[in-house]
Design a protein around this ligand. Sequence first.
Ligand SMILES: [Mg+2]
Length: 202
Amino acid sequence: MKKIIFLDRDGVINVDRQYVFRIEDFELEKNVIPGLKSLAKKGFEFIIVTNQSGIGKGYYTEDDFRTFNEHVISVLKDNGIEILKTYHSPFHPEGIGEYRKASPCRKPGTGMLEQAEQDFRIDRKTSWIIGDKWADVKCGVDFGIRSILVKTGKGGKRDKKYKPEKYTYVAEDLLDASQFITENEPSRELREKSKQWRNKLK
Ligand SMILES: [Mg+2]
């Protein structure tokens, strides 16, 4: 079973410049590389889950998205970090043509995480989501994984309507988030399991 860190992209990995898709606008958010490296060292794998309503609204194309995303992934790779897969949702209720719909894949909907679970054997107990919007956090909470809001990017300022009652932590950035995760690893459930196992051996 894989323990996954679901990563929102814009405002978490790269600086969110409002519908960012041009490579010349790419800039890494602060502390991304050391944060992801320390998580990788602990055996976590990374999946990007990103709402891309800019496609649905006609601001840029699927190809523009793919080109920019491949750039993001190659920069991470150059720094020794692998991304298992990227899922994106191009839909929006105010989109155009076929993109105009309320999709369960658009966060806070859990569709992208459910798709990832079809593609990989994911352990929800040890997996997390990190995002800069409450919609990311709510998505994780509804999916049953621990959720962290980072103060980079939108920092939860724009969509408080999605703020769930229960969530795990608000972090300064990806490095702070990674420190919180590694300090709280293994999860309470796993610690409980290993205690039961140790008791059986007695
Ligand atoms: Mg974001």
